[in-house]
Write a protein that binds this ligand. Structure first.
Ligand code: PLP
Length: 392
């Protein structure tokens, strides 16, 4: 495994990386010096400049451009939102529904998307939840959705990477099969962006929402909503939240008028005031990640994940899901260790992980190295030797 100078250096930018074994990036990565410095600069400017807001607004626009390059799309297709929740709900509530329409969603989808759809049931939308056997973890493909899709299906909603299993669904294949049938494909990419390379044009989805506080390491409060231009034409004329930010002919003195026009692009979903501090910090982090190269970030995390899997296998512990890096996320690895005893085994050894219904999720960041994996594996080995059960 070759580790570049930039990646090695990044560990020193994350103080928490040397005070504990932090394997919880899927929950929230620890603060790093790049983002911290950017926020500090923002605060310094905010307290020292007479009139900083125009500069901040212009820096946010710079970030939008960088994000367009990073995701391979025109920046006009991107709206800054508060989070994934807001992005998915804005899109869900912009679709033109007819009586009898249905939407198809995995029963184990992230609650922020799942409940967003369920909230529309009261308006007559049928929500078809695909039952999932969580004991046999697998990524989902068009084959899983096909039996639930019919002429009345208006949308499919799914995560590109499942938050609790770390598996990568075949979004591209699903979009390729169902989008030409007039079905919107709404993707939650929160567990993918910044961990793995994502090219939104190539993915072919109708809309993609994500928060930047996971793979892009920015504090909570900022999300992104991408909407494909062709899809924009099919949505309701007015977004569910209509505000000054939605209006393309907003007068400079902000007078409201019944003669308003809504942006034809994703811009209509944006509020007039953005979370500027997070936007600016995102720009700084994108600069860093582009200097490392997103392919290199992805490869490093994949290699570290493969090392974790092989070291666990040596002590008789199988990581859930397939080994194939194409169908699992680069960073998130789920091990079938459950319960309070394992939680305290990790906590008492200074290891931070999450536990969900499929077991313990060890999720990696650029700040992790092989020594973190070795410590984690030793802690599991010790737990097994002390008599903790492998399975619940
Ligand atoms: C797949 C996925 N979607 C969404 C979220 C969070 O959404 P939000 O930032 O809107 O709370 C998470 C994690 O918290 C997640 O793992």
């Amino acid at each position: 495994m070759t580790v570049s100078k930039e990646i090695k250096q990044f560990r020193s930018y994350v103080p928490v990386a040397s005070s504990c074994t932090y394997l919880n990036s899927s929950f929230q990565p620890p603060m790093n010096q790049i983002v911290y410095d950017s926020i500090k600069k923002y605060l310094d400017d905010a307290i020292s400049l007479d009139h900083p807001k125009p500069q901040f607004i212009s820096q946010c626009e710079d970030t939008r451009e960088k994000l367009g390059v990073f995701l391979n799309t025109d920046s006009a297709n991107l709206a800054f939102t508060r989070d994934t929740t807001e992005g998915v709900n804005l899109f869900q509530r912009s679709i033109r529904w007819s009586k009898g329409d249905n939407v198809v969603v995995l029963a184990n989808e992230h609650p922020n998307q799942g409940f967003g759809w369920l909230g529309l049931a009261q308006d007559g939308l049928e929500i078809r939840l695909i039952p999932v056997d969580e004991s046999a973890l697998k990524p989902f493909t068009a084959d899983d959705f096909r039996p639930y899709v019919d002429e009345e299906t208006k949308a499919i909603g799914l995560s590109s990477v499942m938050f609790h299993s770390g598996l990568r669904n075949d979004v591209k294949g699903i979009a390729k099969e169902f989008k030409p049938r007039g079905i919107h494909i709404l993707v939650d990419a929160t567990q993918e962006v910044g961990f793995g390379r994502i090219d939104v044009e190539d993915l072919g989805a109708s809309a993609i929402a994500f928060s930047v506080h996971k793979g892009l390491s920015v504090p909570n409060g900022l999300g992104v909503l991408y909407v494909e231009p062709e899809t924009m034409k099919l949505l309701k004329d007015t977004p569910p939240i209509l505000c000054g930010g939605s209006i393309s002919n907003l007068s400079p003195d902000l007078t409201i008028s019944e003669d308003f026009e809504v942006f034809a692009t994703a811009h209509r979903f944006e509020h007039l005031n953005k979370p500027m501090m997070q936007c600016i910090a995102l720009g700084a982090y994108l600069d860093f990640i582009q200097s490392v190269g997103m392919e290199n970030v992805q490869l490093y995390l994949q290699e570290l994940g493969s090392y974790l899997r092989s070291e666990l296998r040596k002590i008789g512990v199988e990581t859930s899901g397939p080994d194939d890096v194409a169908v699992r996320s680069p960073h998130s690895n789920v091990i079938p260790l459950y319960g309070e005893q394992w939680a305290s085994q990790f906590a008492s050894n200074n290891v931070y992980v999450s536990q969900y219904r499929c077991g313990t999720r060890a999720s990696l960041g650029l700040y992790n190295d092989k020594a973190d994996i070795d410590h984690f594996v030793t802690v599991i080995k010790q737990g097994l030797e002390d008599g903790l059960a492998l399975h619940s």
